[in-house]
Design a protein around this ligand. Structure first.
Ligand code: PHE
Length: 447
């Protein structure tokens, strides 16, 4: 079997991990989650959860990956507790299911880039969305997006993922910054910032039971946690890196990108007087595209915005495909190219139903968000905190100058605080799924 690859540089790893983290979650779902949950009130809760839960949970995955130097399924076996590999496997399943519909949304973004250039969505934003989001065109763009993802992963860790993300991340940052500056010049800027940044604490206290679970889901999703992705990426890492420093950098950059996206989206929406309200998966596309269509220079700026969204989605999709790929490449004697292509084709097929019906896409999304993701994070926390805690603590201490106090605090946080917090979220999430299923059922009965 071929020698296992590693990242060429520390910065290469950070770019790749930031590439995974920065995605549709930051630029598309974050501003709209914030918008539909009361603006700044949501932001405050979200930021607290990112740093208090997301950061320590990211270190859990790093430790498992770097300690074992194995793909996320074998990693659990390598650490000496074979019966826990199901936890890593569930994470890999999460990656596969997520990529299936993530790639479909990536395909929508392709259509929106084309639509900006031709002005196709300027008149009827809603009709345009319907025509590109479900049906043969959506299947086609899904195929294109998946093919590009496969091509990058097939080239490997260094010449595929590392090289691609080194270009994509700076491009995302520069373009987004430019768009935010343009947003500042719009008429809606003041009202947008106001909505975005001044918290309504009354709203917060009245809606805390729905705000917290969505903020938790959003925080883990945006940091690419619970999908075994960070286990896979950290397995290509050397021992002399400081995991807390790298993790800290990744969390901070990821958060900045999300915040920056808000500085683009809110001025644009308020400039044409659209309230960033709630709605299904497509609302964001419809209202945002509609706004671009009405603004001077909207064609160019809309194209730039959707191009940023495409880069962000692509650098995340790569990591979602790398995770199952690493497992097959580690364990079977197939070339990386064959594996990436085969898996890409299978995941494409899994995504086809979501490219034919946005309701189905919503279901994939809900199952991942409300159930799979928190459940897997819970399993990882139990494994790291109560099973493999000796090697986990030792691994975290390597390459960092932070002392034993930090490691001990982290370990207890992983043992107690994360499981309790996630456990509660999981209960609320499952409840939410059941309510949705019931609504569906009664709708069927009524019909
Ligand atoms: N973090 C990505 C986003 O915000 C999504 C993702 C989740 C990517 C899990 C990889 C793994 O869009």
């Amino acid at each position: 079997m071929a020698e296992r690859e590693t990242w060429t540089t520390r910065v290469g790893f950070i770019f790749a991990a930031v590439g995974s983290a920065v995605g549709l979650g930051n630029i598309w779902s974050f501003p709209f989650q914030t918008g539909s949950n009361g603006g700044a009130a949501f932001l405050v809760v979200y930021l607290a959860i990112v740093f208090l839960f997301g950061f320590p949970a990211m270190l859990m995955e790093f430790v498992i990956g770097r300690r074992s130097k194995q793909n996320p399924i074998s990693a659990f076996r390598e650490l000496g507790f074979g019966n826990w590999s199901f936890a890593g496997a569930l994470g890999v399943i999460g990656s596969v299911v997520t990529l299936a519909f993530y790639s479909v949304i990536g395909g929508w973004v392709l259509s929106y880039i084309a639509g900006s250039a031709t002005g196709a969505y300027f008149g009827e934003a809603g009709t345009f969305f319907e025509s590109v989001s479900a049906g043969p065109l959506a299947v086609g763009t899904h195929a294109v997006f998946m093919a590009v993802t496969v091509a990058i992963v097939a080239f490997g860790v260094q010449s595929g993922i590392e090289r691609a993300t080194k270009v994509m991340i700076p491009a995302i940052l520069v373009l987004l910054l430019g768009l935010a500056v343009w947003g500042f010049t719009l008429d809606g800027a003041a009202a947008g910032y106001e909505y975005y940044l001044s918290p309504d604490f009354q709203y917060l206290s009245e809606n805390i039971a729905t705000i917290v679970p969505s903020a938790v889901g959003q925080a883990f999703f945006t940091l690419s946690l619970g999908f075994s992705v960070m286990i896979a990426y950290a397995s290509y890492l050397g021992r002399d890196d400081s995991l807390p420093a790298d993790g800290g950098a990744i969390v901070v950059i990821n958060t900045l990108v999300a915040l920056l996206a808000g500085f683009v989206v809110f001025p644009v929406l308020f400039a044409i007087g659209v309230e960033p309200g709630s709605g299904g998966v497509g609302t964001a596309f419809v209202s945002l595209a509609g706004a671009f269509g009405q603004l001077p220079g909207g064609a160019l700026l809309g194209a730039a915005f959707f191009f940023v969204l495409l880069l962000a989605a692509l650098s995340s999709a790569i990591s979602l495909l790398e995770t199952p790929t690493s497992y097959v490449v580690d364990n079977y004697d197939y070339s990386r190219r064959t594996v990436a292509t085969g898996l890409g084709a299978a995941i494409f097929a899994l995504g086809v139903p979501t490219a034919l019906d946005t309701g189905t896409l919503g279901w994939y999304n809900d199952v991942v968000f409300s159930f799979l993701l928190p459940f897997v994070v819970l399993l990882f926390a139990l494994f790291v905190g109560w099973v493999a805690f000796d090697s986990a603590s030792e691994e975290l201490g390597m390459g960092t100058s932070l002392g034993g106090g930090f490691v001990t605090l982290w370990l207890w946080w992983v043992r107690v605080v994360i499981p309790v917090g996630i456990g509660l979220t999981l209960v609320l999430g499952i409840q939410d799924l059941l309510i949705k299923a019931q609504i569906l059922e009664s709708a069927v009965i009524l019909a």
